[in-house]
Design a protein around this ligand. Structure first.
Ligand code: HEC
Length: 374
C-alpha cells in the first residue's frame, strides 16, 4: 500500500508536468502542494493504514454507486443519495497522520545517481563548505556548531536514510534553521554530490563506530575497463551480484560464475587470477575508502560484495569469506543467523562465499525513506 501511495504521487507529478500544470525547479518537475502523502506514521501504527484503506474503500463504493446511477435510470435517485451519504460519512484518518510537509523538490531524485565520481566531488565541497559546522564525521561536534543556538543534527545517524533526498536537497539549497542557503554558492550537481558524499561518509562512520553498516548503502556506480566483456560501468550489472577486489587479484580468485568481479587499483587481466574488468579510476578507490571508513592505503586485499539489488552487503579483509563478513543485514535476519549458528553446524559448501551468497539472497534489503519502503 505504501509503495502504491508513493508510485501514485510520482506518477501524478509526472502527469501534471506533462500537462504543463506543474512548474520546474532545477530541471525536474516541482511538487505543487504544501503537503505530500507520507507513510511515516503508518509504518508504526497499522490502524492508521487500515483507516485509510477503509476510507478509500468507502470512496470506491460511492463511485461505483454513482456509475450504477448513470446506467440505471429508474434507481437513479436512491443510488445517488446512497453515494452522497457514503462520501459524506467516509471516516478519513486525521490528515496529520497521513501527510507530511513537502517542498517543490520533495520528489526530485539525483540525476548523477550514486556514483564514485559524485561521492568524491561531494567530499571536496563538503570539506570547504560544511565541515566547520558538521565535522568530518558529520556528527556536528565542532566548536562552531556548539556555538549555534540549535546544534546541527548528526548526519551519520539515520537522518539521511529517513528523509526523502529531495527534502534534504531543499534544505541545502534554501537553508534550514541555523544553516545558511547554498543555492548561490553551489550548482545543482554540487548539491546532489554532497548528498551522495554524506551518505557514503555516514556508512564509513557507521563501520568505524559499530563494525557494521547500520543502514544500507549502495554500490557506487564506477566506470569499467574490461578486456573481454563489453561492460562500461557497474550500474549496468543491476540484477547481478558484484564483487569488488581491491589491489590484489591473487591465485584462486579470478572470475566466479556467481558474480561479476571488478578489480580496483590494478589494471585488468594483469594479475594472476585474471579478473576481466577493472576500475582504474582514482575516484573508485577513494569512494570505497569513504564508504568503508578505511584509508585507501589500508584497503589492499579488501573484497566487497553487493547483492542483486545493488546494495553493499559484505566485506572481507582477505582470506576466506565467513558469515561474520556480512555487514548489512536486517535485524530479523541477524537474530535468525545467530540462532542458526548455535543450532546446527554449517552445510559442506558453507564456509565461504556460497553460504554468504545464500544468506544475502535470503535477506534482501528493504529500507524506508521518506516514510516509504524502497
Ligand atoms: C553555519 C553552520 C552550518 C554550515 C556551514 C552547514 N550547516 Fe548543515 N546544518 C546546520 C544546522 C544548524 C542544521 C540544523 C537545521 C535545523 O534543522 O534547524 C543543519 C542541517 C543540515 C542537514 C539536515 C537537513 C534537514 O533537512 O533536516 C543537512 C543534510 C546538512 N545540514 C548538510 C550540510 C551541508 C552538505 C553543508 C555544506 C554545503 C552544510 N550543511 C553546511 C548548520 C550548518
Amino acid at each position: 500500500m505504501l509503495r502504491a501511495m508513493q508510485v501514485t504521487q510520482q506518477a501524478g507529478l509526472q502527469l501534471l508536468a506533462w500537462l504543463h500544470l506543474a512548474g520546474e525547479v532545477d530541471g525536474q518537475p516541482a511538487w505543487p502542494f504544501a503537503l505530500r502523502l507520507s507513510g511515516e506514521v503508518m509504518l508504526i501504527d497499522r490502524s492508521v493504514a487500515r483507516a485509510l484503506l477503509a476510507a478509500l474503500g468507502y470512496t470506491a463504493a460511492a463511485l461505483l454507486l454513482a456509475l450504477l446511477a448513470l446506467l440505471w435510470r429508474r434507481a437513479r435517485v436512491p443510488l445517488c443519495a446512497l453515494a452522497t451519504a457514503l462520501l459524506l460519512l467516509t471516516p478519513w484518518p486525521d490528515a496529520g497522520l497521513v501527510t507530511a510537509p513537502a517542498h517543490p523538490t520533495s520528489f526530485h531524485v539525483s540525476p548523477a545517481a550514486f556514483s564514485a565520481a559524485s561521492i568524491v566531488r561531494g567530499e571536496r565541497i563538503y570539506q570547504r563548505q560544511c565541515i566547520a559546522c558538521h565535522g568530518a564525521d558529520g556528527k556536528g561536534n565542532t566548536p562552531q556548531a556548539l556555538a549555534l543556538p540549535v546544534a546541527p543534527p548528526n548526519l551519520s545517524s539515520g537522518l539521511l536514510w529517513r528523509r526523502q533526498d529531495g527534502d534534504i536537497y531543499w534544505s541545502l539549497r534554501h537553508g534550514k534553521g541555523g544553516m545558511p542557503a547554498f543555492a548561490d554558492k553551489l550548482d545543482v550537481a554540487d548539491s546532489w554530490a554532497l548528498i551522495d558524499y554524506m551518505k557514503a561518509n555516514a556508512a564509513g562512520v557507521g563501520i568505524a563506530d559499530t563494525g557494521t553498516w547500520p543502514r544500507p548503502v549502495a554500490l557506487p556506480d564506477m566506470p569499467l575497463a574490461c578486456l573481454h566483456s563489453g561492460a562500461a560501468h557497474t550500474g549496468q550489472w543491476r540484477g547481478q551480484r558484484v564483487r569488488l577486489v581491491v589491489g590484489r587479484d591473487g591465485p584462486g580468485q579470478g572470475e566466479d560464475p556467481r558474480l561479476q568481479s571488478v578489480l580496483l587499483g590494478a589494471p585488468a587481466g594483469e594479475a594472476v587470477g585474471a579478473i576481466d574488468c577493472a576500475s582504474t579510476n582514482a575516484d573508485s578507490l577513494r569512494a570505497i575508502a569513504i564508504i568503508t571508513g578505511t584509508a585507501p592505503d589500508k584497503l589492499a586485499g579488501t573484497e566487497l560484495l553487493a547483492d542483486r539489488d545493488g546494495w553493499l552487503r559484505a566485506r572481507s579483509s582477505g582470506g576466506a569469506w565467513s558469515q561474520a563478513d556480512m555487514l548489512c543485514r536486517s535485524p530479523l535476519a541477524s537474530g535468525a543467523a545467530a540462532a542458526d549458528s548455535t543450532a546446527a553446524p554449517s552445510a559442506p559448501d558453507a564456509g565461504g562465499l556460497g553460504s554468504l551468497i545464500a544468506a544475502m539472497d535470503a535477506d534482501p534489503v528493504r529500507f524506508i525513506k521518506g516514510g516509504f519502503v524502497h
